[in-house]
Design a protein around this ligand. Sequence first.
Ligand SMILES: [Zn+2]
Length: 306
Amino acid sequence: MKRKFLSCIVKRKIWSNKYTLVYLSVFLSLLYSSPLLAKPSINVTFTPKKIKQGDILFITVKANPGIYKISGSLFDKPVHFYTDSKRGSYVALIGIDMETEPNLYILSIFLEDESGREMKKDYKIRVKSAKFGIQRLTLPKEKVELDEETLKRVNLEQEKIGKVWDIFTEENLWDGNFIRPIEGKFSGSFGLRRIINDEPKNPHTGIDIDAPEGAPVYAPNHGRVVFADEHFFSGKSLVIDHGMGLFTMYFHLSEILVATGDSVKKGQIMAKVGKSGRATGPHLHWGMRLNGARVNPASLINLPLE
Ligand SMILES: [Zn+2]
């Protein structure tokens, strides 16, 4: 306590010395006006402030005008920035995979200015547990176990959809905020881990939205169709590439109204709700991938992209 008090006095003495302040301000103004010493400076904001498994981390970087190159890395993966001319800043969306170990991670941002000078800044990112929940089910064996032929089909289909995530479109195709693909209540089942007959299954990687058969499914933003096919589990399935590693998925459809390679516009009707594949009733399974991370698509709706 005493020591703290003393150091306080010492500090106050130094700072109250007006000559020290004058010297300091002269030194600082010289430092910043010198082209040799002026360092790139940035102002970084993170949304949301508290991040958990399955979230999107939205980053904006305001840099001094000299900066011309910006990149980043988190979880040993590149972070892709794009220029937001309305904000006058660089923006990046990072997917926090639903199974990311809750821990402290380092996000590195690399900057380069016109004269080739480089700067690296590190930021601590704490990922919290999302507590997705567990559902235990007991089902008849024949409903759970797949015969050899079906298993072969499922493996092949997994391989096929796996190739979609290798696509990387280097520009953001979206414009402004994302909209809901369908009317209806979002279920809280994202990340739910099912244990069927005591055997743990893959976690639920999307949200289910109850809707009547035939209800229209709208494109939540501009993009390109990269997958339109019928699979054993997901039924009639559609995947839209929105650019910069961001994909949205639509499963159990009754009808697909677009084809692979088509461009879609925000609000365009792309498909109709159904119960194809393994579904107990008509609903839309809405999923999302962001640079490979399985993310809750509901977090897209809240992104401040306007
Ligand atoms: Zn689902």
